[in-house]
Design a protein around this ligand. Structure first.
Ligand SMILES: [Mg+2]
Length: 390
């Protein structure tokens, strides 16, 4: 089997979007105190779709959501010429070829995101050619279904937070994740507001639902150190991205406090960064995103490392490329799930572009045994609601 063509499309949503409320979610821009709507820089309303065609008629679909226009350029200019004529079953060789060819400017960020999207498409081809779901190629089922946690609960009025949390509890979720709205520049009053958010969620959800809370890189070490004791009474399953991803030592210091488990890695790239996190004993949970970290070829290596350190892997985002890895890894106890909502921060756009994504029942999803590959198709008709850049 030979690759005949690599096609990339950027799709950018041009329909209505929900404007974020003030203190919607902390993020790395907060410390610059630039605007009320600091989250503006972290909304993304575009996606890149990669399709890889073969002479056997199989088409592999990959995708990525970081800097889609740049990612498309990287695939078109640097990766596609390496792929056309190659055998997709040489997936590890092709990963090394793409990685080494882009070494001078790739490695992390856009370069690795482009490699990830291609690698996911290659694995989709392998599944389709073998007539097996990708999780079977990765080792098969390690669990009957995948428990998922409802991931939303952005910061806002406490009564709205309470009713949203109630909805997830009633739908059967055993775990939910919420977001903080205040950070270092908001002083002691902001700390109180953050505690109010978590207290409200715990009161509504009771003790039988796990609660995780995400600072989305919007805090720093000093602030996180002062917040953790205030949050400890609410028994969080984890505190996510309390500091910026480059501050591995900061992560390690927070983990060493041993008061709230620390999670991170959704902005991490390749096995090397995760080796460093593991060796520094910097995280209690690893949260790579397969469509950034280096695709399935890298994610499976990180899974193996994390398992030997007994650090569970709960990938960032739902989505098939993550679910197939969770299904086939005993060390991945659950997965994230972004509920389909009106277009807001951008995570939910996945639902508008692709078909085939499983919907939870009673807080768990299942993958089909009879659908080869990753199981995604592109909603070509729905793309009329997007600007499409070929
Ligand atoms: Mg997160």
């Amino acid at each position: 089997m030979k690759i005949t063509e690599v096609r990339t499309r950027v799709v950018e949503w041009r329909g209505p979007t929900v404007p974020p409320q003030p203190h919607f979610c902390t993020n790395p821009m907060d410390l610059l105190s630039l605007s009320q709507d600091a989250m503006a820089g972290f909304r993304f309303h575009g996606w890149v779709i990669v399709e890889i065609f073969t002479d056997a008629g199989h088409v592999g679909i990959g995708n990525a959501a970081l800097s889609p226009r740049l990612t498309k350029q990287c695939v078109d200019l640097y990766l596609a010429p390496l792929l056309v004529g190659a055998d997709p079953f040489d997936v590890e060789f092709l990963w090394q070829l793409m990685y080494r060819k882009t070494m001078a400017f790739g490695r992390k960020g856009v370069g690795m995101t482009a490699i990830s999207a291609v690698d996911i498409a290659l694995w989709d081809i392998l599944g389709k050619a073998a007539k097996q779901p990708v999780f079977k190629l990765l080792g098969g089922r390690t669990k009957k279904t995948i428990p998922v946690y409802a991931s939303r609960l952005y910061s806002g009025p406490l009564d709205e937070l309470a009713s949203e949390a109630t909805k997830y509890k009633e739908a059967g979720y055993k775990a939910v994740k919420m977001r903080f709205g205040w950070g270092p520049v908001d002083g002691a009053e902001g700390m109180r507001h953050n505690v109010d958010l978590v207290r409200t969620a715990r009161e509504v959800l009771g003790d039988d639902v796990d609660i995780m809370a995400d600072a989305y890189m919007g805090w720093n070490l000093d602030y996180a150190r002062r917040m953790i004791p205030r949050l400890e009474p609410f028994n969080l399953r984890w505190l996510e991205e309390p500091v910026i991803p480059d501050d591995i030592q900061g992560y390690a210091q927070l983990k060493a406090m041993n008061r709230i488990p620390i999670a991170g890695g959704e902005h991490g790239f390749t096995q090397y960064e995760f080796r460093d996190l593991l060796e520094a004993r910097a995280v209690d949970y690893i949260q790579y995103d397969t469509n950034r970290v280096g695709g399935i070829s890298q994610a499976r290596k990180i899974n193996a490392m994390a398992e030997s350190f007994a650090v569970p892997v709960v990938p960032h985002a739902g989505q098939m490329h993550n679910y197939h890895l969770v299904m086939s890894s005993l060390n991945s106890p659950m997965a994230e799930f972004f509920p389909p909502v009106d277009v807001e921060v951008g995570n939910e756009l996945f639902w508008y572009i692709f078909d085939g994504e499983p919907v939870p029942e009673n807080g768990a999803i299942d993958l089909r045994d009879d659908v080869p590959g990753l199981g995604l198709t592109i909603k070509e008709d729905a793309l009329s609601k997007f600007d499409v850049i070929e």
